[in-house]
Design a protein around this ligand. Structure first.
Ligand code: SF4
Length: 348
C-alpha cells in the first residue's frame, strides 16, 4: 500500500472516513453546537470567543436557532454535517434534536459525524445518538479512562474513529494509541496538525512550539504525523493527517465555491478564492432587469455591465465589493471605481 495525498494538505494510507470525504467536496456543514467542555487541553484549538461559551455557529456564522443549520445547509447544498464543540455531549438534547431535523429534512443519506472527548459517553448516550441517526463518531481520548467510551461505541451500528492532534515529537504515544485502536476494531485515526492560536499560543510556546507551516500549523507536527503514517502504511486501519492549511484554505474555499454554485444570484460574479464580486450602484437606473434594487436609488449589478450603465443612465457612484458567499456576506474589500463629476456653476 502507498501513502496518498499532498504533504501540505493531507496524507492517508487507506480510503478516508465518509465524513472527511464529504468535507473534501466542500459539502459538509460544520456545526459548532456549544463551546462547553469538561476538559481543558493545553493545545485546544477552540478560540476564546467560543471555548466554554454556550454559543452556536453554522460554519463561520453565529446562529440562534437549530433551524438556522437547516437554512445554511440549503445555501451550500450540504450532503452532511460534522457536529463539534467543546464537547457536544454536554448539549445532548440539542444534538439529538438537530440530527433528527437533518434526517427528516434531507433523508437518511445526509451523513452526520460527531466529535467528543468521550468523557460523558455512556451506553444511554450512544443509544440515543444511534436511534436518531448518527453515522460516525470521533473520539479524542485525552485520558486513558476515556478509551472505555470507544469500546462501548464499537458495539453500536456506527463508524468509530479517533481524532487527535499530532503533537510534535509525540510519535511513540500516538503509535501506541493507534495499535490499541486497531486491535479494538476502530476504523480510522485522524491526526490533526497542531495549531497555534490566540488562546493556546503561550501554552504551546512555553513548550517550545512555534508556527512552522501555513499561518497556524506547529513546526514538527507534520513530520510526526508522516512518521506515524509510514509505520501504518501496510495496515488495515486508516491513518489520516489533516493539515491546518487544508482547514484554513482548501476546506473553506471549496465550501465557498459550492455555496456560490448553489446560492449566488445571476448578477453576481465570483473569484477563484470563492468570494462573490458585485457592483453597488447609486443612481437612477430603474427598469433594468439584470440587477437588484437594494435601496432608494441603490442597486446591485453584475460588474461586467458597469461601463454600459454609466454611459446610458444617470449613475452617480459605483463601488465594487467582494464578500464571503454565506449569509453573513462578510465584506473582504470595497473599491470606489466611479464617482460622477460634480457640476460647478460660475456666476459673473
Ligand atoms: S476535549 Fe477538545 S474541545 Fe475540550 S478542551 Fe480538549 S481539545 Fe478542546
Amino acid at each position: 500500500m502507498t501513502i496518498s495525498g499532498n504533504p501540505d494538505i493531507t496524507l492517508y494510507n487507506n480510503p478516508l472516513p465518509r465524513g472527511c470525504e464529504l468535507c473534501r467536496l466542500g459539502s459538509k456543514l460544520v456545526v459548532f453546537i456549544s463551546g462547553e467542555c469538561g476538559d481543558s487541553c493545553y493545545y485546544c484549538p477552540v478560540s476564546s470567543e467560543r471555548f466554554n461559551k454556550d454559543r452556536m455557529f453554522a460554519n463561520e456564522m453565529e446562529v440562534k436557532e437549530l433551524m438556522d443549520y437547516i437554512y445554511e445547509s440549503y445555501r451550500m447544498n450540504a450532503l452532511g454535517a460534522g457536529i463539534t464543540g467543546g464537547d457536544p455531549i454536554l448539549a445532548l438534547s440539542k444534538v439529538t434534536e438537530l440530527i433528527g431535523m437533518f434526517k427528516d429534512e434531507f433523508g437518511e443519506s445526509f451523513h452526520i459525524h460527531l466529535y467528543t472527548s468521550g468523557r460523558y459517553v455512556t451506553n444511554d448516550v450512544l443509544k440515543e445518538l444511534v436511534d436518531v441517526g448518527l453515522d460516525e463518531i470521533r473520539f479524542h481520548p485525552l485520558k486513558e479512562e476515556y478509551k472505555e467510551a470507544i469500546r462501548k461505541a464499537l458495539k453500536y451500528d456506527l463508524d468509530v474513529g479517533i481524532e487527535i492532534p499530532s503533537i510534535p515529537g509525540d510519535r511513540e504515544r500516538i503509535v501506541e494509541l493507534i495499535k490499541w485502536a486497531e486491535k479494538e476494531g476502530v476504523k480510522f485515526v485522524n491526526l490533526n496538525e497542531m495549531e497555534l492560536n490566540d488562546r493556546n499560543f503561550f501554552q504551546l510556546n512555553s513548550r517550545g512550539m512555534k508556527v512552522g507551516h501555513g499561518i497556524t500549523g506547529a513546526k514538527g507536527s507534520f513530520e510526526t504525523a508522516r512518521e506515524v503514517i509510514n509505520e501504518f502504511k501496510e495496515k488495515e486501519i486508516t491513518v489520516h493527517y489533516c493539515s491546518s492549511v487544508y482547514k484554513d484554505v482548501v476546506e473553506t474555499r471549496t465550501r465557498f465555491l459550492r455555496t456560490i454554485r448553489f446560492s449566488s444570484k445571476a448578477y453576481e460574479d465570483f473569484t477563484g478564492e470563492g468570494t462573490i464580486v458585485r457592483a453597488i450602484v447609486k443612481g437612477k437606473v430603474d427598469g433594468l432587469i439584470y440587477g437588484e434594487r437594494i435601496g432608494k436609488n441603490l442597486y446591485s449589478f453584475y460588474p461586467g455591465v458597469i461601463d454600459e450603465l454609466i454611459s446610458k443612465y444617470d449613475v452617480s457612484e459605483v463601488k465594487i465589493v467582494e464578500e464571503h458567499p454565506d449569509s453573513r456576506r462578510l465584506k473582504v474589500s470595497e473599491r470606489l471605481i466611479y464617482s460622477k463629476p460634480q457640476q460647478t456653476s460660475y456666476s459673473s
